[in-house]
Write a protein that binds this ligand. Sequence first.
Ligand code: EPU
Length: 435
Amino acid sequence: MKQKFVIEGLAGKKNLNGEIKVNGAKNAVLPLLAAAILLDRPVEFSNVPKIEDVARMLELLKRLGAEFEWTGERILKVDGNQVSNNVLDNDNAKRIRASILLAGPLLARFGKVSFPHPGGCVIGKRPIDLFIEGFEKMGAKVSEVKDKYEITAPKGLVGTEFFFRVSSVTGTETLIMAAVGAKGKTILKNAALEPEVVCLAEFLNSRGAKISGFGTSEIVIEGGHSLGSLNNKTFPVIPDRIEAGSFLILGALAADNLKITNCQPAHLDSLIEALRFSGVAVEVGNDWLAVKNNGKIANEMRRAVNIKTREYPGFPTDLQAPMAVFLTQVTGESSIHETIFEGRLNYTADLEKMGADIKMWDSHRALVKGPTLLKGKELDGPDIRAGLAYILAAIIAEGESVINNAYFIDRGYERIEERLQKIGVKIKRVDCEVC
Ligand code: EPU
């Protein structure tokens, strides 16, 4: 049964209150689940978000032969050592882009992997040329048979030096996993710096891998160490910085007092800086963020701010759509420059339908004029992050909004409506025959 969200907007009032907890990071747990294939014993992860993308990844792993079990509240035990198959099934792999993460550990372990071009969000071209080139540099042979890539390395992968022409998060993660199982040393240059890459490297090192330099643009991996027997401690998934950032934006837009707990503020410097520049008094603690006494701050007190998405630690592309909603409420002209993906401003047409004043310059750049009072509308959630931006827009709008395709939001956010209800949002999930 399809589902939608129905939201009664606040018509610009800032009266949400309370605490909202951040769950584990989608983009950290997906590579961790893939990495379980490299281990020779089961592993337990904590702080695992119960989201659709995790369910899809577990389905893929199960079809490969892995076993898993929820052993506690958001604690997941995975036995990747049981994996016996190295062919990713088309349907599931095409549903999530992150399926490509499995290629690295499968190739490292079996010397062979077969997968379709991965699917995912409609946010622009999602090539995998860097993955393929990386595997080839490690000695693998790549062929395309029908609609599948067949990659083989019968004598095993060998360490190499690889420069990423374009910094890629899952590219870096995949080649780290391949390199852990390769013979000798691999040096990844212009590697991604994202906290999710660091989380993966720390996990692999905790199980016996020899990875250094993660968190910098040059990562060195000494391959060929067996993984698993050193340590069987439960490994915690880092908090989701995109979820935390979206809640912070929500606080600035619609809360009087909102505390965002269980997060890592250090992962959100670029957003905090942009909000502060605009006039939002963001408070930062060790593992919390807060917006306080915000209810009486008028939009005229918030100034425009220009946003340019960048690789970490720059402004995250995954927060660009939620931030655009914020920009519709500040005074003046703000520009948005999306440098990572080219289809990631399409959602602006829907915000315009709600009354936002947004002019697209080209597929990468837009100008937002504010403040504008948004009006409730019925919208189709287009992808995970724009879907959440629509929820934010609906919360601040006047009147009722309907956000169809709840599935897209469920892909990245666990039971979002229950968590938002607790801070005062009038949101409900509704089954629908067609939506
Ligand atoms: N790129 C290439 N060739 C490749 C791979 C990437 O040209 O082989 C380009 C992409 O087209 C893009 C740029 O490199 O222009 C950066 O893309 P990247 O590879 O870093 O993206 P990704 O690894 O596919 C991850 C997140 C995305 C997030 C991006 C950017 C996961 C599972 N996904 O994607 O998250 O937007 O990094 O930070 O980690 C989301 O969570 O909604 C989401 C889309």
